[in-house]
Design a protein around this ligand. Structure first.
Ligand code: ADP
Length: 451
């Protein structure tokens, strides 16, 4: 925009100046040519008027003047105007000019004669008490100036457009490195922590690229360090937990020998150790994601069969009906079996924990993707919590209502990571759009392999 405006302003100034100067120049050239001739003609008229009769003026004197085309003479003599053609009369002379010349002063004026530009020059001829005028058409001058104006306007337009074009090109060229930076930043935000900017010879951009790369490296180091820490801690916790689990199992075998209060304590201990082990497993898995160490073991799987098996295997969902269209029976996706099974199991577990079990698992194809939805008739998830429940350690209002022993808030975060790694997405919606407290539908969308 600035380039275009600058080019426009400059070209308007240049065109305006050129036009004004040319106009003044052409006009003054024409005027001086006319002036030098008019004096000669006036002296011819003066000689002719001395002793000549009035008839002679119109018939001989005026035609004898050597005038170029476009110039017309007019003589006032003894109170009467004389001209060569009837088209020109004393009314055509501007009154101000007529008065000045009659008062005894030579004068000239440009004015509009019958709608066209013209120049009038008047000279008093005192010796015979007459006034001589010459009217010169400036039509050709006007035409020249008009074509000059059109050319200048065209040139200005072209210059403005060229300015805009150059500005656009220069702007894009100058901003291209910034586009690279923004792409790299997006890639890093998307999890590709090893993204770096390419080195460049440009000293200014070099500094930017260097500091960006240093920042990205520092960020990567830090995230990896944090992830390693979480992973180390989880690892260290694993073996004492296994010992604890084993001890609880041994105690379980002697359960009958225990008094009732000890049995209750053992149940509590067993549940907590189970929960703790699950937490540690989830933490280990999630820290693997953070370290970028997760590699999918992809297999081509028949989704319908796989989901039915996963539902059956999840134990608490034996009676959950799986609904699918016949065409979905043959749909194949590329997925990591263990992780996809975990996704389905997590969603079914959640339905069990928060909604007394899933009511249905449906499979639906949408273009080149397939949606696996787990529905329940529980309390649903309020609209403002629907993104938050997928964050780590996020526990919705529903968890609070159902007591603290349920989960730690990593289940859905893991589901989201698993699905993202498969190139899909997961979200939750209300089962019934009008009533957000009537059931939840968790939808996992995965890309389908082309058949
Ligand atoms: P948790 O370990 O607490 O189950 P999740 O990540 O699996 O963690 O779930 C996060 C929160 O989402 C839960 O605390 C719960 O409030 C809510 N939630 C998950 N599934 C459902 C569901 N089917 N119905 C209602 N709320 C749910």
């Amino acid at each position: 925009m600035a380039f275009a405006l600058g080019a426009m302003l400059l070209s308007i100034i240049l065109a305006g100046t050129t036009f004004a100067l040319t106009r003044a120049n052409l006009l003054s050239q024409r005027e001086s040519a006319v002036l030098s001739r008019v004096y000669v003609d006036a002296s011819v008229v003066k000689n002719g008027l001395q002793g000549g009769d009035l008839e002679h003026i119109q018939d001989q004197l005026l035609p004898s003047l050597q005038l170029p085309s476009g110039s017309r003479p007019l003589v006032f003599f003894e109170g009467r105007p004389f001209s060569l053609t009837a088209q020109i009369s004393d009314k055509d002379i501007p009154p101000a000019l007529l008065d000045t010349v009659r008062a005894g002063h030579a004068a000239r004026m440009t004015f509009s004669l019958q709608g066209k530009p013209a120049l009038a020059v008047g000279i008093p001829i005192r010796a015979v008490n007459a006034v001589y005028f010459e009217l010169v058409d400036l039509d050709d001058l006007q035409r020249t100036l008009e074509s000059l104006g059109v050319s200048l306007l065209g040139a200005s337009l072209f210059t403005t457009l060229a300015g805009a074009g150059i500005g656009f090109w220069a702007g894009r060229r100058a901003l291209r490195p910034l586009a690279d930076v923004s792409q790299a930043a997006e890639a890093i935000a998307g999890g590709r922590l090893d993204t770096r900017l390419e080195a460049t010879d440009d000293p200014h951009l070099g500094v930017l690229a260097n500091s960006f790369n240093e920042m990205a490296q520092a960020l990567q180091d830090r995230i990896e360090r944090d992830a390693r820490f979480a992973s180390d801690v989880s690892h260290e916790l694993r073996s004492p937990l296994m010992t604890l689990s084993a001890a609880v199992d041994i105690l379980e075998t002697r359960r009958d020998e225990m008094p009732e209060r000890s049995q209750a304590a053992l149940d509590l201990l067993g549940a907590e150790v189970g929960r703790f082990s699950q937490l540690v497993e989830d933490l280990l898995e999630i820290s693997r994601y953070d370290a970028g160490a997760v590699r999918l073991e992809l297999d081509e799987i028949r989704l319908a069969e796989f989901v039915m098996q996963a539902v059956r295997a999840s134990g608490n969902g034996v009676n959950v009906p799986v609904e699918l269209d016949s065409e979905l029976a043959s749909v194949v996706v590329q997925a990591d079996k263990r992780r996809l099974a975990r996704v389905v199991a997590n969603l079914l577990d959640n339905a069990q924990k928060y909604a007394d079990g899933a009511t249905a698992v449906t499979l639906k194809r949408v273009d080149d993707r397939v949606q696996i939805a787990v529905e329940d008739d529980g309390p649903g998830i309020p609209e403002d919590e629907r993104d938050i429940v997928f964050e780590r350690f996020a526990r919705g209002g529903g968890a609070g209502r159902r007591g603290s022993g349920e989960g730690v808030g990593l289940g859905l975060a893991l589901v989201a990571e698993h699905v993202r790694l498969h190139g899909g997405q997961v979200w939750v919606e209300g089962k019934n759009d009008n009533d957000e407290t009537a059931g939840a539908r968790f939808v996992v969308e995965l890309p389908v392999l082309p058949t």
